[in-house]
Design a protein around this ligand. Sequence first.
Ligand code: FAD
Length: 315
Amino acid sequence: MLLEKNDYEHAANKTDMITGHIKELRGVLKYNEPMADHTSWRAGGSADHYFEPADLEDLITYLKSVPADKQLLWVGLGSNLLVRDGGFRGSVIALNRAFNNLEINTSGQIKVDAGVPCAKVARCSAREGYTGAEFLAGIPGTMGGALAMNAGAFGGETWNIVTRVRTLSRSGMTNIRLPADFNIGYRSVQIPGDEWFISAELQLQKDHEKIVGQRIRDLLEKRSATQPTGLPSCGSVFRNPTGDYAARLIDACGLKGKRIGNASISEKHANFIINHGNATASDIERLISFAQQSVQEQFGVELIPEVRIVGESKD
Ligand SMILES: Cc1cc2nc3c(=O)[nH]c(=O)nc-3n(C[C@H](O)[C@H](O)[C@H](O)COP(=O)(O)OP(=O)(O)OC[C@H]3O[C@@H](n4cnc5c(N)ncnc54)[C@H](O)[C@@H]3O)c2cc1C
C-alpha cells in the first residue's frame, strides 16, 4: 500500500515511489494494521501505521519521518490496551521484536530492553538465583509496558526494582533517567514530555535458584486458581480503589456474567472482561461503563480504568 498523500511529507524524499516504503527503514512498516492482532483482548480497530523497528537507529529514523502533529502510540504486547473500533489515526510503534536483549551480571543487576516479556525477566532471574522479579512471571506484557504502567502483583511492583531507565524522545534523543525523575504511583507513572522507555536496569538480591523457582510456580498457580487466564482479556480492567477491591464491588453489584454483545464480566474474577470470540471494542467499553455506573450508584465509588483506551469510535 502507498503512503497517503500529505502524510509523511517529511519522508517523501526517502520514499520508494513504487512500494511506498521509506527506503532507509529496515524494520517492518504496515498500513491499516488490525490492532486486534496485537492486543490480548483480540478486539478493536486498525492503526493507520504500525512500525516494528529493526533496532534503535531504525526507530530514530522512523520517528524523524513522522510529522510532529501525528500521534504516536508505543505498544508492548498490548495486554493493557483497547483500541476503539474506528481505529488509531497515527503511528503505533511496537518494540517487542527488536528490543529484546537481557543481561544479568553476578551482582544481580539486570539490563533489560523494553521489548523483553516480563515473564522472561522473572524466569531468567530465577535461573540465576536472584529474587525480586518473581511477581513479573504472570504479567503477560513487556518490560516497556510494565515501566509505563508500574505493573505489579502479589505485593511486588516494577519500579521497586528499577535503578534507572533509558528513554527515547520523539526527536530521537536518548536519556538516562532515575526513578526520582518520574511521578510513580499505583499502576501509574507520569513520564516527562514526549519520551518512551527503551531499556531499564533492575537490581535484584541473591537467593537460591530452587526457592525462587518455587515462588514463581506458587504465584502462577494462585493466578490460575483465581483468574480466567488463557481467555482474551486485559487482566484487571479497573484499579483497586483505596481500601477496597474493584472485583469485590463489581461482584457485589451482581455483575459476574453480565454480557454486552460478545463481551462479558468473568464469572471467575469480576475485574476481568472476557472477549468470547468477536466482541467489538464498543461491547467492551460499554461493559466498562456499565460496571462503573453500577458501582457508582450502589456504593458511591468511582472505578478508574487501569486499561488504556485509545483511538476513535466507529460512528
Ligand atoms: C491475563 C492478564 C493478567 C494481567 N495481570 C496483571 C498483573 O497482575 N499486574 C499488572 O500490573 N498488570 C497485569 N496485566 C496487565 C498488563 O499485562 C500490564 O499492564 C503490562 O505491564 C502491560 O504491558 P504491555 O507490554 O502489554 O503494554 P501495552 O498493553 O502494549 O501498553 C500499555 C501502556 O503502556 C504504554 N507503553 C508500552 N510500551 C511502552 C514503552 N516502551 N514506553 C512507554 N510507554 C509504553 C502504552 O502506550 C500503553 O499506554 C494483566 C493482563 C492480562 C491480559
